[in-house]
Design a protein. Structure first.
Lengths: 316, 275
């Protein structure tokens, strides 16, 4: 950031007035060019990100409804009423519990599978690495709508692929999406399938930064593979782990698409998530309430991210 | 022993192969299913290979259901969004990485500060805004809100910070204008960064679903995921073969694009992700 500033004096020694003027003019040209480059982004960003973020906060303290669409500022200020309404709404509480369930089970599972796949690809094999990596990454790039169409078939109770396969081993599979007990585990299974590829790629990059010499020295000292992983690789992987944890948590706390396309939040609200319930409120025209709920989600994400930074950064 | 070590252990290959089969089975089954007839898809237990494979489902998709239009819309939106992000995000990324200008620090803080804000926060006011400027049910309404992203600036700034700062002085000494330095010296060196951002943006736009579902309200503006979502919940929701063929039309072109560029991409995402 400061490199340009420090490079300039070397070119124009600050003796006579001439170079100083030239420097000033260069500065102005640089500043002008920078703003020309920054302008298109800044305008679009101000209109479509900054403004909505601010208006959303404003809306969350008002009773804005769909009929106020054309006149978003002629609404009544109602203080924290939307926030109180959201927090005391039993469905919102249910959605919060479901989201917590999804994050607390789904996130460790996703990260464990991603790490396992990355270590197996990095240490276990030498050939076909690119092919496996690509195969494991394919679900990440797939449209959730297409995924939903396919998985709804696979999870069908009688004719589905999964229960047919379980039947070969004499297991009677449940009605995955139709049973309130099993609907959330089904969505978690799907989310792990769809997301572990991202973590795997990032762990693979992190593993390449672990020096081979350390591993070999430990092997000579008689440390087995497990201890080498736990005492050498894992501590060095901590920054990578932090990154994967933070991005996965931010994504999973906004858990929306899976229940939206697979179960519509059912059965019996067993899979409704915070983001989905917020979207439903938008659909009902309760814009102010939806905005308040979205800010509550934002606060949770900020807190969870801060906690992870503390926990994972501390003991390095 | 060195031989087994260099090749890897056989059981690791076995475990990875079993895992890989588990991961890609849904895709294989989707493609095979799209070639089956309605009758065969309803059979219990399900069949694996199609008994008499046919492309009837695809013919119906494009002839009767207008998937050609949705496909074109998806391509137009994804290309426009990708082009906007590549151009505008790299321009600001360069300014923030290498230039000094008034307001730089504030801009940096605001842009990076919005990285963590969940999409649900901007969703409602964004809809109000787009509705008030009359862009509901139009392709610009699908494109404009996604034309720039803070993530793109973050990624390009990180990448450009890794380039040697002497490039600027070299350009200035040679009399290249300030904008020329960006266009003719910096941008050509940004290949890997642009590839990563381009592929990520294209994937995101192609698969984007919620915003188009709300904004695209007539068949003329549907994108592929919207059409598929509406057909899978609407009156066609029992025509399984048609739905599976639709899923293939959403997934397979993207998979082809991804296969073509995956090398740059996987390396790019791995390195730019953590730096």
């Amino acid at each position: 950031m400061t490199t340009v500033a420090s490079a300039a004096p070397a070119l124009a020694p600050a003796t006579g007035p001439g170079p100083a003027i030239r420097r000033g003019r260069g500065r102005r040209a640089e500043g002008r060019a920078a703003w020309i480059l920054a302008l298109p982004f800044t305008l679009l960003f101000a209109a479509f990100t900054v403004w909505p973020v601010v208006q959303s906060l404003f809306m969350s303290f008002t009773d804005t409804r769909q009929k106020d669409l054309r006149t978003p500022f002629q609404v009544d200020f109602i203080g924290l009423e939307n926030y109180q309404r959201a927090l005391s709404d039993p469905v919102f509480q249910k959605a919060a519990a479901n989201t917590a369930y999804f994050v607390l089970v789904g996130m460790p599972l996703t990260i464990a599978v991603a790490l396992l796949a990355a270590v197996a690809l990095d240490k276990g094999i030498t050939r076909l690495r690119a092919a496996f990596r690509l195969g494991f990454y394919t679900p990440v790039i797939t449209s959730i709508v297409a995924v939903a169409v396919v998985w709804r078939f696979i999870l069908q109770p009688d004719s589905g692929l999964l229960n047919t396969a379980l039947g070969w081993f004499g297991i009677q599979g449940p009605n995955w999406l139709g049973d309130p007990q099993w609907a959330m585990p089904s969505l978690i299974m799907m989310a792990v399938w769809r997301n572990f590829g991202t973590g795997m790629i990032i762990f693979l990059a992190g593993l390449q930064g672990v020096p081979q010499a350390l591993q070999e020295a430990a092997a000579i000292d008689g440390a087995n593979a497990w201890r080498r992983f736990w005492n050498i690789t894992f501590p060095l992987l901590r920054p990578t782990l932090l990154f994967v944890c933070v991005t996965t948590a931010i994504g999973y706390l906004q858990f929306f698409e899976e229940p939206f396309v697979m179960t519509s939040g059912g059965p019996l609200n067993s899979t409704i998530s915070l983001s989905m319930y917020t979207y439903n409120q938008f659909g009902f025209g309760n814009y102010g309430l939806a905005a308040a709920m979205s800010y509550l989600i934002f606060v949770v994400i900020a807190v969870v991210t801060a906690v992870q930074f503390r926990l994972l950064r501390q003991n390095t | 022993m060195t031989g087994t070590r260099r090749g890897g252990r056989w059981w690791t290959y076995l475990a990875l192969t079993v895992a890989l089969l588990g991961v890609i089975t849904p895709f294989v089954w989707m493609v095979l299913g799209s070639l089956k007839s309605e009758g065969e898809l309803r059979r219990v237990p399900p069949t694996w290979w199609p008994e008499s494979a046919s492309l009837d489902n695809y013919t119906e998709l494009f002839a009767r259901l207008d998937f050609g239009t949705y496909f074109t819309n998806s391509v137009v939106v994804a290309v426009a969004v990708t082009a906007g992000n590549l151009l505008f995000c790299s321009a600001l990324g360069y300014a923030l990485a290498m230039l000094e200008f008034p307001g730089k620090r504030a801009l940096l803080v605001v842009v990076l500060g919005t990285l963590m804000i969940p999409g649900v926060v901007t969703f409602v006011p964004l809809f109000v805004l787009v509705a008030n400027v009359g862009l509901i049910d139009s392709l610009p309404g699908l494109i404009l809100p996604f034309l720039v992203t803070p993530f793109g600036v973050f990624l390009m700034r990180q990448f450009i910070l890794g380039l040697p700062p002497d490039l600027l002085d070299a350009g200035r000494v040679d009399g290249v204008g300030e904008l020329g330095i960006f266009a003719r010296i910096i941008l050509p060196l940004c290949g890997p960064g642009l590839a990563t951002l381009g592929i990520l943006t294209f994937l995101g736009s192609w698969n984007n679903f919620l915003w188009p579902l709300v904004v695209a309200q007539s068949e003329a503006t549907y994108t592929l995921p919207v059409a598929l979502a509406l057909y899978s919940t609407g009156q066609n929701n029992t025509q399984y073969g048609l739905l599976l063929a639709g899923a293939c039309v959403v997934v397979l072109p993207l998979l082809a694009v991804f296969l073509a560029f995956q090398r740059h991409f996987i390396e790019g995402i791995a390195t730019t992700g953590i730096k």
